[in-house]
Design a protein around this ligand. Structure first.
Ligand code: BES
Ligand code: ZN
Ligand code: ZN
Length: 502
């Protein structure tokens, strides 16, 4: 859609965007345009009388003022719906509608004067700006990066944005910055498995660390054995692309004593999930390049954390990177693995592999980091997609305080979560006749809950943690709002908002 979007100042915009409520008229908008050319106001008034200028949400009327007098070439009157119904978050959809219209016009200097309308509805202008910024920023991403010489790629325009209120401009910049983090996650998600191997993911993490000043380290090869990271070793065994656990760390400038415990983020980074010997069937494998999206979101969030959020607590991130493949060396159903914390796991299904690598990171973080709390993101189960579709991420968290923080971050970021239950009966379901637990109960009940129950065996007593199953929300099947078909970068914004309170 756009090559890039930036905040700028200019004398004369190419396009002026103003809002209009369905149950109001255009006059408050015109009154705010002090010193405007009367001819400009006249064409806007006329356009607002046309059916598409009615203010109904999603509708846009265009007006073309006479040239000269600093007039824009074009005015877009954007329908905002009913004034008493509108919320700041609605500006995500409104932003996408505006951006899509602007991309057809090729205008590049855009004056977004939505502050008057937002103030009329008593909305938080910074949040309105942020939502608009997110949409414009997310629309700079497309899925064309692997198009080659066989495709004529259209040249994209770069946009410059200005606005009528200072808090709105500040919000716009925050939204653009958050979108940059999400777009990084999307680019990694989109990268195919023949390129995006565990090593590639480590290189990307290292590159980010260098660019934004994070600590980077990796556990691979013999060190995986030394650290008893048995999930990585076994899940990654069959692939020539060897597994690794990647660590990134952010340390604030002056860590206060009461804020010295780190927040730990963990991301499932399965660079491809064939299912292993319990091979995926009936096309179930297609798209499994995105089984690394938990890790991609954590990388995108670390970008935001290091560049804009800068929390006053340390943040440690682990990416559990492996490729779940098949060969004569593959781990198998019936194998029994012994974890770092002494828990033994009977493998019943090699396609329930995500939990096996995540268990390593949970044990390791509990041992090494003394976490304030842990938030883990993974494309863990098809079950959560059945339960919640793509509308909510499945959230498993029994700590009231942490859950409240995650829910607040979900509200601000627009990345919705829905609480799913944890219960001792689910933990019972994971008991194995031959080992302590099994990795998947074959009776097909409560798949998403089984995943969370399994993970609970690897979190030390007393450590708060939250498991976010993003299998339904990490990608969209068709163009939706500010997203094109493909990855959404889900997780970057909610984690950034979560950490901005720390
Ligand atoms: N990566 C998949 C889960 C998944 C499904 C992600 C759909 C994205 C979209 C995971 O490793 C998996 O295969 N889960 C199995 C678990 C089962 C074998 C216990 C599932 O959910 O079917
Ligand atoms: Zn799987
Ligand atoms: Zn998987």
């Amino acid at each position: 859609m756009f090559e890039a979007v930036a905040i700028a100042e200019f004398d004369r915009p190419h396009a002026l965007v103003i809002g209009r409520f369905q149950d109001g008229d255009i006059e408050p908008q015109l009154k705010a345009m002090k010193k405007a050319d009367p001819a400009l106001l006249a064409v806007i008034r006329d356009a607002a009388k046309r059916p598409e200028g009615s203010g109904e949400s999603g509708k846009i009327a265009e007006a073309f003022p006479p040239s000269g007098g600093g007039n824009p070439d074009r005015v877009l009157i954007v329908g905002l719906g009913k004034k008493d119904k509108i919320k700041a978050a609605d500006f995500r959809g409104i932003g996408a509608t505006i951006a899509k219209r602007l991309s057809a016009t090729k205008d590049t200097k855009i004056q977004l004067n939505l502050g008057t309308a937002a103030a009329e509805a008593e909305l938080d202008l910074a949040l309105v700006g942020r939502c608009l910024g997110e949409s414009f920023g997310l629309l700079t991403w497309d899925n064309q990066q692997f198009k080659g010489k066989g495709t004529d790629i259209k040249k994209r325009t770069s946009l410059e944005l200005a606005s009528d209120r200072k808090p709105l401009v500040k919000g716009l910049q925050l939204g653009l910055d958050l979108a940059a983090g999400a777009n990084l996650a999307r680019t990694l998600s989109e990268t195919p498995p023949n390129i995006a191997t565990p090593k590639f993911m480590a290189e990307q993490a290292k590159k980010l660390a260098k660019a934004v000043g994070l600590e980077y380290s990796i556990i691979e090869g013999k060190d995986l054995e030394k650290e008893k990271l048995t999930g990585h070793i076994n899940v990654g065994k069959a692939s020539e692309n060897k597994p690794c656990m990647i660590r990134l760390a952010y340390t604030p400038e002056n860590v206060k004593k009461n804020k010295s415990k780190p927040i730990v983020l963990i991301g499932k980074t399965m660079t491809y999930d064939t299912g292993g010997l319990s091979l995926k069937i009936n096309n179930g494998m297609v798209g499994m390049k995105r089984d690394k999206d938990g890790g991609c979101a954590v990388i995108g969030a670390m970008h935001a954390i290091a560049t804009i959020i800068k929390p006053s607590r340390p943040v440690v991130a682990y990416l559990c990177a492996a490729e779940n493949s098949i060969s004569d060396e593959a781990y198998r159903p019936d194998d029994i693995l012994t974890y770092r914390n002494g828990v033994t796991v009977e493998i019943t299904n090699t396609d329930a592999e995500g939990r096996l690598v995540l268990a390593d990171a949970l044990c390791y973080a509990c041992d090494k980091d003394e976490p304030q709390y842990i938030v883990e993101l993974s494309t863990l189960t098809g079950g959560v997609v059945t339960a919640l579709g793509s509308t909510f991420c499945g959230m498993f968290c029994d700590d009231d305080a942490l859950r409240a923080k995650v829910e607040a971050a979900a509200e601000t970021s627009g990345e919705r979560v829905w609480r799913l239950p944890m219960h001792s009966e689910y933990r019972e379901m994971m008991k194995s006749p031959v080992a302590d637990i099994l990795n998947s109960n074959p009776n097909r009940k409560a798949h998403a809950g089984q995943g969370a129950a399994f993970l609970s065996y690897f979190v030390k007593e007393g450590v708060s943690w939250c498991h976010l199953d993003i299998a339904g929300v990490h990608a969209v099947e068709s163009d939706t709002g500010p997203y094109v078909k493909g990855p959404t970068g889900w997780g970057v914004k909610i984690l950034a908002d979560l950490l901005s309170g720390e």
